[in-house]
Each structure stands twice: as C-alpha cells, then as structure tokens.
Design a protein around this ligand. Structure first.
Ligand code: ZN
Ligand code: ZN
Length: 150
C-alpha cells in the first residue's frame, strides 16, 4: 500500500547524505519563558523558529556545529544555558532575562512519524541578550535593504 505521507528528504550539512525520518536539528528562535508560581511548570513561548542546521547524525551535527555557529557569529558557551530565569549572553556575557523575548539557539532530534513529529533531547546551545541580537539583526536588515528606495 502506498501511504499518503511522502518521505521527507533532507541533506546533511556535514556529509551531504540524503536522509529522512530522523533529523538532527539546530534551530534559531525568538522565545520567552513564562514562569508561574504554585508548582506549575514554566512554559516557553516560541515565535519565529527557523531551522538553521540539518544533520543526519549526532556525529555530523557535532562536526558541523562550530562552522554553523561561527557563521551566526555566536560562540557556543561551554556550559549550555537553561530556561533561566536569568542566563548569560553568548556574545557579551551579560544577563539575559529569559522572561522577555530573546534569541535562542537550540538543538534537538526530530523523528518524523506518519502522524506526528517527535522532539527529543532538546538542548539550548546559546542565548543572546536583546542588545546583541538587535545589533546582529540590524546588520542583516541593512544588507537586505541595499536596493534603492523609490
Ligand atoms: Zn551527515
Ligand atoms: Zn549580549
């Protein structure tokens, strides 16, 4: 029987292998954490998540991560950040208020099953304070807006 779910094909950024189903991912996102009292677990609100790294295996991701993050101009700290409430910015080492919107880099494994996508081993790689993230983003915007404005 032919199922309706066409296999998703990916190409590993390290070894160029074509693969499907299990994806070793690196994501850049804008997030904020909602902290609650009364024993309720914190919730992470994510906007603008973008997959920036695609790898076939844990090994390829480890080998490709340094180049990927240096292209982002973000050093990966030896001790990965958690959800806060206060973490350290990977660029300037300043405080990042995790309860306000900030930029995060994370990695996880995605398993594509016919009816759902499973996320496993989610881990933060780095977080940026608003100032460092906005300096970077304004630089990107300038590059994109070089065409003359009528
Ligand atoms: Zn690979
Ligand atoms: Zn910073």
């Amino acid at each position: 029987m032919v199922e309706d779910d066409a296999p998703l094909d990916f190409y590993c950024m390290t070894c160029n292998l074509q693969f499907e189903r299990l994806l070793f991912d690196v994501t850049r996102a804008q997030e904020k954490v909602h902290f609650y009292t009364e024993g309720r677990l914190p919730e992470v609100e994510i906007v603008e998540a973008e997959g920036i790294g695609v790898f076939c295996s844990w090994r390829c991701r480890r080998n490709g991560l340094a180049a990927l993050m240096s292209a982002e101009r973000v050093p990966v700290p030896a001790i990965p950040p958690t959800i806060g409430p206060i973490e350290r910015c990977a660029r300037c080492n300043g405080p990042v208020d995790m309860a306000a919107f900030h930029t995060t880099y994370s990695q996880c494994e995605l398993t594509f099953e016919p009816d759902r996508t499973r996320v496993e081993n989610f881990e933060y790689l780095a977080v940026l304070c608003r100032r460092c993230a906005s300096i970077y983003e304004s630089g990107v915007t300038t590059l994109e807006e070089t065409s003359p404005i009528a």
